[in-house]
Design a protein around this ligand. Structure first.
Ligand code: ATP
Ligand code: MG
Length: 329
């Protein structure tokens, strides 16, 4: 089986953007691939986090993975900080990555412009992501479109590392991103020109996977559209309604043009109501499972077992990297 690796940061409660862009695929790919899913808490601390909240969200994200349908008998689920090889490998990656490459990353530029003070870790976030991926001999990485640039950096690194240290042999596997054709970039429902993000200070801009049904209805109702009242897909001129169509399509598996036909002449109010229904129908049962799992001991057993499995594979790859570059006796 080909190998999949991906992760989500416990930097907030995952949004429907994270779900459509990445997490939905985590579940769908389990049968066909050998999957490893990480809760990347070390990535989350690249920007300030309250310690108690971070702890809570980390466990919560694990419960959410399971509630969405990730099956620990098929896939490995673990917490990044419980596998030391990530930070160790990230150091090696950093020493083989150029400052200029990191300064060019748009996520770094975006996020650093929003911080009062910028940690060095925010700049070296991509090398940690490279480490996460290569440690599991990954073939495919299901991610949203915003991670495309980091994936290119990862591929450049792998090629460079293998060329420089491999002596004709492949040390690391070459990974490829898996980005959904539609829904790879869900926009904020308050500002459809910026990406929906779970760490957005304006909570109305996103729908979190744990928002209560009445909150979902309210947020969808107040989603920014335009004054034309015509439901059509036109990303350039009607980014608001186009984004809502993309979300609708993702939650119902109905193609966008079919939705456009169905809602022709219906007006935004009715469309939004049906959209809220579709989101709630999928999220509500998942939320019920989430609250059951959160208080179970089962969750800790799964995470313990996941960390053990992950450690075995990651430490093997790390050893291979260290040996290749001369970090051994
Ligand atoms: P933060 O603002 O803290 O970076 P985030 O919402 O960007 O949070 P991440 O944990 O960074 O979430 O990303 C998790 C996964 O979700 C990644 O694969 C990322 O590409 C994807 N993703 C993030 N935002 C979106 C979005 N708006 N649309 C589609 N996919 C997204
Ligand atoms: Mg992000």
């Amino acid at each position: 089986k080909k190998k999949i690796f991906s992760g989500v940061q416990p930097s907030g409660i995952p949004t429907i953007g994270n779900y459509i862009g990445a997490m939905k695929q985590f579940v769908q790919r389990q049968e066909e691939y050998d999957c490893t899913y990480c809760i990347v808490n070390q990535h989350a601390i690249t920007v300030p986090q309250d310690p108690a909240t971070l702890t809570e969200r980390t466990r919560g994200l694990a419960a959410l993975y399971l509630a969405l349908g990730i099956d620990p008998n098929k896939s490995t689920i673990f917490i990044q900080s419980e596998v030391p090889a990530h930070a160790q490998a990230a150091w090696i990656v950093q020493c083989n990555t150029y400052l200029g490459e990191l300064e060019r990353m748009t996520q770094f530029k975006d996020k650093s412009s929003k911080q009062e003070t910028v940690s060095a870790g925010l700049l070296t976030y991509p090398p940690l992501m490279v480490a996460d991926i290569v440690l599991y001999n990954t073939d495919f990485v299901p991610v949203g479109e915003d991670q495309k640039q980091h994936m290119e950096l990862t591929r450049d690194f792998v090629q460079r590392f293998n060329n420089k240290y491999g002596k004709g042999k492949k040390i690391l596997s070459m990974p490829e991103p898996m980005i959904p054709e539609d829904g790879g970039r869900i926009m904020s429902i308050q500002d459809p020109t910026s990406k929906m993000s779970k760490s957005d200070k304006n909570t109305k801009g996103y729908i979190s996977l744990l928002d209560e049904p009445k909150v979902i209805r309210k947020k969808i109702k107040s989603a920014v559209t335009d004054s034309s009242g015509i439901i059509e897909y036109d990303k350039e001129n009607k980014p608001g309604i186009s984004n809502l169509l993309t979300i609708f399509s993702a939650f119902t598996d109905q193609p966008i043009d079919e939705l456009v036909n169905e809602f022709a002449g219906s007006g935004y109010g009715n469309f939004k109501e049906k959209l809220a229904d579709a989101i709630i129908a999928e999220l509500e049962p998942m939320q019920n499972r989430y609250y059951e799992l959160l208080s179970s001991k089962e969750l800790d057993d799964i995470l313990d077992a996941g960390a053990k499995q992950a450690n075995e594979i990651a430490s093997e790859t790390l050893k291979r990297m260290e040996t290749a570059i001369g970090l051994h006796r």
